[in-house]
Ligand binder design. Structure first.
Ligand SMILES: [Zn+2]
Length: 105
């Protein structure tokens, strides 16, 4: 059994206790729900990142093939950059989502 500090009154208490014996704050439950909320927030952030990366990827393809012809010059460069960043960004975000879900379960 480990001793932890109460986040409210800073007094030592059991890590298993759900309530601080000094100030009676619900430590165990609150820290658990806080962890769950931050996990959900991170998950939402990753979903947003994957959506942005996918949008960038599609934008790159659209710029590249705009007007039915393969782009040239600056337009081709912008398209290629969007395409590459979107593709790599999307892959990285998907991996992070998988790792995040594996850690959470
Ligand atoms: Zn306390």
């Amino acid at each position: 059994m480990a001793l932890v500090e109460c986040p409210v009154c800073n007094k030592r208490m059991s890590s298993r206790a759900t309530r601080c014996p000094s100030c009676n704050i619900a430590v165990g439950e609150e820290s658990e729900s806080a962890a769950r909320i931050s996990s959900i927030q991170k998950s939402t952030k990753l979903q947003t990142h994957s959506f942005l990366a996918l949008t960038l990827f599609i934008a790159g393809v659209v710029i590249w093939f705009w007007g039915g012809e393969v782009a040239q010059g600056n337009q081709a460069l912008v398209g290629a950059v969007c395409f590459a960043f979107g593709f790599v960004g999307y892959l990285i975000t998907r991996i992070r989502i998988v790792l995040h879900k594996r850690k959470g379960s």
